[in-house]
Design a binder for this molecule. Sequence first.
Ligand code: NAD
Ligand code: ZN
Length: 362
Amino acid sequence: MATVDLVLPHHRYTIHIAPGLLADLGTLTRQAAPHHRAALIIDDKIIDTHSQAALASLKAANFDPLAATMTAGEDHKNLATVEKLYHQLLDQRLERRSPLIALGGGIVGDTAGFVAASYLRGVPFIQCPTTLLAMVDASVGGKVGVNMPQGKNLIGAFHQPVLVVIDTDTLKTLPKRDFICGLAECVKHGLIRDPDLFDWIDQNIDAILAQDSATLVELIERNVRIKADVVMEDEKEAGVRAHLNFGHTFAHAIEAGTEYGRYRHGEAVSLGMIAATRLAAASGRCDSTVADRLVSLLNKTGLPTQANDLPPNDKLMAIMRSDKKVADGRVRLVLPDQLGKVSIVNDTPDDAVAGAWDSLRA
Ligand SMILES: NC(=O)c1ccc[n+]([C@@H]2O[C@H](COP(=O)([O-])OP(=O)(O)OC[C@H]3O[C@@H](n4cnc5c(N)ncnc54)[C@H](O)[C@@H]3O)[C@@H](O)[C@H]2O)c1
Ligand SMILES: [Zn+2]
């Protein structure tokens, strides 16, 4: 088993990573949040495949677990789902010290996490991520929240988990397209701060795509370590945590500009990272070989590296300007200086951004 500790001034927790780890959920939960009750919020797609192991383990550790379900998908990550969950917890008299456990992808983690942050002014929260994206990104760092009709993730809180339990075997049932989407965030981590990880993914891509068990544990551990390091340096995104948005301003424009229907988040991030890196290369900020190496690696993962069906530039740029990460009306971009190092740039001219969009259509 691999473990990563995340240490903050007033809170610390451990992220455990191993195949078959759901069998230990009960004992790990008992150490992190001892109580006689627990609530398990389950992605309804994985009830048949993974929830029994989690529930059995909780019962074996003397918890009396309440099981509630929700449906994944951005249109269920909202206050209506949150309210439904509040009712179930209240009806079952879940108490202030009862841990609330999210079993699912980032949708369940973000939504259940917001419930945990607000129910009775906050209960202990445990993440059991079951998608690669949630394992390497969403389950670590304490950002929880839901969408509004006006935009994604507009309502939320920082509520750090007390424990993260990553059972890599749960990935066996994840559709291949979703697995590959998680790799976009792994490549991102390498590019923004770990050139060795970038090379390691490149060298081990066949074993990663074959989901070799030991390779998966190492992949997830290395990525969790990067996410945890960034969060430890900057929990509330006042500085370096914004580097995790590399490729994401472009990606959000692609997702919103195509009505969230055509591209998965990871696919949009793949294209967004390429656009940002080409922009940096074209303006002399980084060497053009960085863009070449990025495209080569993303091609090997199976993520898209070009897109001829993007909306027109003026539509994409209007969405970029309305992004909540915009400061004083200027688009803030995270751009690479070299492989493993990025900076936040506030004054990119529109024609340079347009050129980056055009490069994706070539
Ligand atoms: N809080 C954060 O820091 C943070 C960071 C990144 C992303 N996010 C959020 O994460 C969300 C996306 O998460 P996601 O990509 O995990 O999507 P998701 O939760 O929708 O999961 C993707 C799909 O896989 C299914 N699924 C989950 N686990 C499975 C398994 N083991 N086997 C089979 N199917 C499974 C789900 O039902 C869903 O259909 C977004 O809402 C995003 O905003 C949050
Ligand atoms: Zn992302």
